[in-house]
Design a protein around this ligand. Structure first.
Ligand SMILES: Cc1cc2nc3c(=O)[nH]c(=O)nc-3n(C[C@H](O)[C@H](O)[C@H](O)COP(=O)(O)O)c2cc1C
Length: 304
């Protein structure tokens, strides 16, 4: 209390990427299933707000289409690692030349979790919505099913493979899907620049820890060596402050921007991100912080 908060900034820099706020758009697959303009609209929305978009390997737009939609905007590329190393090398190299500034390797999906709602509804990405990654990996265009996702991801991947990834790209690598100090230390030993503490929005292992609960032990283990981000359940600006207080440098939001995209395309996603940025600014000010970097552990009580 009684801190001069007449000037508050939400801006931050993570692994060299500048952003208007420590809340990035999480990678979510198949965005044209929620709006015809999909990832291209999400890229425009994210660029308008000045934050980072993480593009999924399983996007319904190409890497280049997304880059062209928002020239110069901050963007990271999320990698699902296929057993076809030529494919992995190709997408990582293309992302780097299209101006993506980090690779986010998702490790909590060696196979798809049992998603009962998808099973009940018979979820399929229709053939009319081509998924460039599946076009590259399969012989012919076809509708993409949840089983195809397991098929497209290499389930033999281990920590040793990080070294190969580092040899094909000079971009910083973040390991997404870590929930323990042990895995965070392995990521650091493997040369990762950061980790995303995440349980994939609760979509993979049922009963896995909540990422906010797992965050403190990861920060304690590697916070001085790696950038630690988290995602899962960020719905309000104050949620970002809680994660920062527990040691995250930034958070990612998956569903909220996707809901905005579904409601009103680029404008809807932009509105959601603006609301979150506005709420974050108010929450920082009311915590007596003039920037994200001023949030400390003292700003939350935590029983964990
Ligand atoms: C529809 C949907 C698709 C997703 N697709 C991907 C993906 O392609 N790659 C990935 O790493 N994570 C994916 N995720 C997980 C998100 O990146 C993120 O971890 C999660 O959504 C965060 O939780 P939140 O939705 O509560 O913000 C997906 C999540 C959702 C809801």
């Amino acid at each position: 209390m009684l801190v001069d908060i007449s000037r508050v900034t939400t801006a931050t820099t993570v692994l060299g990427t500048e952003s208007s706020m420590p809340l990035f758009v999480a990678p979510t697959a198949f965005q044209r299933t929620v709006h015809p303009e999909g990832e291209v609209a999400m890229a425009r929305a994210t660029a308008a707000v000045g934050t980072v978009m993480c593009l999924s390997t399983f996007a319904t737009a190409t890497i280049e289409e997304v880059a062209e939609a928002a020239p110069g905007a901050p963007r990271w590329f999320q990698l699902y690692w296929s057993s076809d190393r030529g494919f992995v090398r190709d997408v990582v190299e293309r992302a780097e030349s299209a101006g993506f500034t980090a690779v986010v390797l998702t490790v909590d999906l060696p196979r798809l979790g049992r998603r009962e709602r998808d099973l009940r509804t018979g979820f399929l990405v229709p053939e009319e919505l081509p998924v460039p990654a599946f076009l590259a990996l399969a012989d012919a265009a076809r509708a993409v099913s949840p089983e195809d996702i397991s098929w497209a991801v290499d389930d033999t991947l281990t920590w040793k493979d990080l070294e190969w990834l580092r040899s094909v790209s000079s971009l910083p690598i973040l390991v997404k899907g870590v929930l323990t100090a042990e895995d965070a230390l392995l990521a650091a030993e493997g040369g990762a620049a950061g980790v995303v503490v995440s349980n994939h929005g609760g979509r993979q292992l049922d009963g896995a820890a909540a990422s906010l609960d797992a965050l403190p032990e990861v920060v304690e283990a590697v916070g001085d060596r790696l950038s630690v981000l988290m995602d899962g359940g960020i719905r309000r600006g104050a949620d970002v402050v809680k994660a920062l207080a527990l040691g995250a440098q930034a958070v990612l939001a998956g569903r909220p921007p996707l809901w905005g995209l579904g409601v009103d395309g680029a404008d809807g996603a932009q509105r959601v991100l603006e609301l979150l940025r506005g709420e974050l600014e108010v929450a920082l000010a009311l915590c007596g912080c003039t920037s994200p970097g001023e949030v400390t552990r003292a700003h939350v009580g935590h029983s964990g």
